[in-house]
Design a protein around this ligand. Sequence first.
Ligand code: ADP
Ligand code: MG
Length: 229
Amino acid sequence: MLELISVKKNYPSPLEGQEVCVLKDITLKVSTGRSVAIVGPSGSGKSTLLNIIGALDKPSSGRVLLDDADISRLDERQLAKIRNEKIGFVFQLHHLLPQCTVLENVLIPTLAGSKPASRKAFEERADSLLERVGLKDWSYHRPGELSGGQRQRVAVVRALINSPGLLLADEPTGSLDRESSEKIAELLVDLNRSEKVTLILVTHSGELANRMSEVLELDNGLLTERKSR
Ligand code: ADP
Ligand code: MG
């Protein structure tokens, strides 16, 4: 369902006229329902790669196929539609809107959707997902009243509200304590199975990485299977 073919990414370097090659030649196939961890040193291009997979950024060359559409060639409008309908994102920081309730935050991605599904259906899905992550009672609270771990669980629910086929998470436990990290890890593994959502995450946590079905290492612009487990 997801395929990267010879993806390269260069950034202009601060030195006049030069370029930094962050991704050199990335070829990757991820079948539906798999779970993949991407690990690697800081600055190795993990976020760059995840953003390219999630159509938030374009490769300098190469192709990115999502369900057979080449997302490296689509225009901004088409990309926005794909991002909204097919991809869920979780970042290191939850990016919840402080002035909105938990439930409102979860429903935000449904506002931009082109699907004519009713508001009621989305609210029911929000309710059942919030219940699933143990936050049903917090629906009408604001993010400021929640702990960091609870907020991140809301961010995971928000990422799944449109039933995407692909869930991307960039260091989802990076700012959480041990116990909350463990809960988020459990949740991601569980949702990967029950929602049949393909999961690709970037992490520094060996524990979280080991729970994925595959662990890939990004180093020096190249992606390889992790050498040691
Ligand atoms: P990681 O997530 O593995 O820490 P990143 O993907 O954030 O790495 O960054 C990889 C490299 O690309 C870094 O050297 C970073 O400075 C550079 N980089 C990332 N985004 C940009 C950008 N928009 N413009 C220029 N350089 C960038
Ligand atoms: Mg990063």
